[in-house]
Design a protein around this ligand. Structure first.
Ligand code: 5AD
Ligand code: SF4
Length: 451
């Protein structure tokens, strides 16, 4: 007998994690239950990523793997959601016979309908993109916890020439500020301590009532002083002064900005359609550091974009040396069909791409280690997330600036507490410290509790 059990597996960025929660919300409202065991599922959904070729290859591998569940349960429905669904559409069903339904990011409301038809042997494809869909009224399904992702805007209008996102997720649109604030209030009532506002271009948020991203952050910060507010991903073009001053003003708006630079060469930035120069980017970083003392930065870097010379590559290393990022996500360029860069010649050979990427990774590791070492001896406020990965004699959490801190467990300190910790040791990835005292909560705007 069919139990309507759905198992969902999520790949790619945090937007997909948030989308999977929306999908589960929709399914729950329609009488489905969620299982974490694929072997007991009647429906298996993969929420997929297309941003680089290796992400897609991984999902193809997983599809081959899932065949066994279909053999054991012939009525099982297998669905592909997300960016791969949008990009490959009917090819997915034609090439991969195991797939029954293919649903793009703007058609999730129709999932119950597609599953219903698939139960009756009818395969289905829903990949229409929408200019307005934000799932504003859907309450995402979340387990209780400390940290929640909240998608606040969808799509991207920037059209960086390497990126498939504007094609797979469509045009930018924002949820209403009021619905986001209501969602944070619900999370506050359930004891959540951290929310991360998400968008492919989160700082270009602009709702129909005329509220911009700074307005949204300020309102989010005021809901509950015990809730930290994070956000990602920001585009340098939309990092306004108003936004920087808002972050500085509210103690529970985290001092951490993920600000992808992609390349340090103006020629490559232009070919990428990034709309800024490295000089402009560096000025922005300086300004942010003046307005928000102690702010930390991470970035995304692509190595081996078409026509990238050794000189261009050295400029990227130079920008990394100037900014001294706290962390970075670093990738080899991967040509994506349909993008502008796909028409350019992918002329940096694989070996050179790998070599340059390794140099970027090595440099970043050295910088992260140095930045962390400079924090030894200082105090910081940590939100305790639980025991450390390695031992339950240690607790672990993150600072406002998104650094992982590990410290010896103390009897009356538990998950969800804010504690002041003195940093005693560091590596490129982790800070180690000692407990000083419990911190009650983030206080009034303008006042910072760090050290
Ligand atoms: N090749 C390599 N990296 C890419 N990214 C996006 N598209 C590509 C691509 N075609 C990277 C960018 C972006 C991050 C999410 O993924 O650095 O900021
Ligand atoms: Fe892709 Fe650029 Fe949009 Fe980011 S800003 S999603 S890299 S097109």
């Amino acid at each position: 007998m069919r139990q309507n059990n759905v198992y969902i597996e999520t790949y790619g960025c945090q937007m997909n994690v948030a989308d999977s929660e929306v999908v589960m919300g929709i399914l729950k409202n329609n009488g489905y239950s969620i299982t974490d065991k694929p072997e007991s599922a009647d429906v298996i959904l993969l929420n997929t990523c297309s941003v680089r070729d290796n992400a897609e290859q991984r999902i193809y591998g997983r599809l081959g793997n899932l065949k066994k569940y279909k053999d054991g349960h012939p009525g099982l429905v297998l669905g592909i959601l997300g960016c791969m669904a949008e990009r490959l559409r009917k090819d997915l069903i034609e090439d991969k016979k195991v797939v029954d339904i293919v649903i793009g990011p703007d058609e999730y409301r129709r999932i119950p309908e597609f599953i219903h038809h698939a139960y009756h042997g009818e395969k289905g494809i829903g990949v229409k993109l929408s200019k307005t869909e934000t799932y504003d009224d859907i309450i995402p399904y979340r387990e209780d916890g400390l940290s929640a992702w909240i998608s606040v805007m969808r799509g991207c209008d920037k059209f960086c020439t390497f990126c498939v996102v504007p094609f797979t997720r469509g045009r930018e649109r924002s949820r209403s500020l009021s619905s986001i604030i209501e969602e944070i209030k619900l999370l506050s009532g359930r004891g959540f301590r951290e929310v991360t506002l998400l968008g492919q271009n989160v700082n270009s948020y602009y709702d129909e009532a005329g509220f911009d991203f700074a307005d949204l952050l300020a309102a989010a910060a005021m809901v509950d002083r015990k809730i930290r507010v994070r956000f990602t991903t920001s585009h340098p073009q939309d990092l306004s002064d108003k936004l920087l001053y808002t972050i500085a003003e509210h103690s529970n708006l985290c001092n951490y900005i993920h600000l992808p630079v992609q390349s340090g060469s103006n020629r490559i930035l232009e070919l990428m359609n990034r709309t800024y120069t490295s000089e402009h980017y560096l000025e922005l970083i300086d300004k942010a550091r003046k307005i928000i003392p102690g702010v930390s930065f991470s970035t995304d870097i692509i190595s081996g974009f078409p026509a990238e010379t050794l000189e261009d590559h050295l400029m990227t290393l130079d920008v990394m040396n100037k900014v001294r990022y706290d962390g970075a996500y670093m990738f080899k360029y991967s040509p994506r069909e349909g993008t502008k860069a796909f028409k350019m010649e992918d002329d940096v050979d694989e070996e050179t791409k790998s070599k340059r990427l390794q140099q970027i990774i090595d440099l970043q590791q050295r910088i992260s280690a140095e930045v962390n070492q400079s924090l030894v001896g200082s105090n910081d406020t940590v939100l305790v997330e639980g025991f450390s990965k390695k031992s339950d004699k240690y607790l672990a959490g993150r600072t406002d600036t998104n650094k992982v801190v590990v410290f010896p467990a103390i009897e009356n300190v538990s998950t969800g507490d804010y504690v002041k910790v003195k940093i005693s040791k560091s590596t490129s990835a982790t800070l180690f410290g000692d407990f000083i005292e419990l911190v009650d909560k983030y206080s009034v705007p303008g006042e910072r509790l760090t050290a």
